[in-house]
Design a protein around this ligand. Sequence first.
Ligand SMILES: Cc1cc2nc3c(=O)[nH]c(=O)nc-3n(C[C@H](O)[C@H](O)[C@H](O)COP(=O)(O)O)c2cc1C
Length: 143
Amino acid sequence: MSDENLDSLVYVSSAVRLLSHEEIDYLLRRARERNKEYEVTGILLYIGGNFMQYIEGPRDNLDVIYKIIQEDELHSGIILVSREAIEQRQFGDWAMAYQTRDVEGYVGSPGERKLIEMILEMPGDNQSTAQIVLHSFWSQNRL
Ligand SMILES: Cc1cc2nc3c(=O)[nH]c(=O)nc-3n(C[C@H](O)[C@H](O)[C@H](O)COP(=O)(O)O)c2cc1C
């Protein structure tokens, strides 16, 4: 996997309506398939009807995936929060990690959940813009 020209971006959006577990499952399955193909990794947070997603990958591929995401009619009000070049991936093992505060809606394993929480709640001096906004979205929505 070539790690030259790696870019990352974060956006927020709102689901157009209450999404079922099946819809989230389907969305994640399709996202993971395509992200693998395009060498894109990242994390999707879904809290109270709002999404925040972080994606990283080769610059041109990231453009392709972000365009597909923007065209999905399941969400609207998409706002790009940050876009920046990165030296290395932060979610290298995750075609698309998923985390929600709605425990019933959670589709991953407890181990996966714990790992993502550790990443999101990780304090540090050397945080990227992406980490800071992910962390703040996650913390402000704490129930
Ligand atoms: C919040 C959100 C996040 C998404 N993230 C991704 C993603 O990371 N990668 C991707 O390829 N598609 C992503 N999508 C798009 C959908 O996965 C995909 O377009 C949708 O499931 C339609 O599937 P289809 O490709 O079978 O038409 C996202 C869509 C939404 C609403």
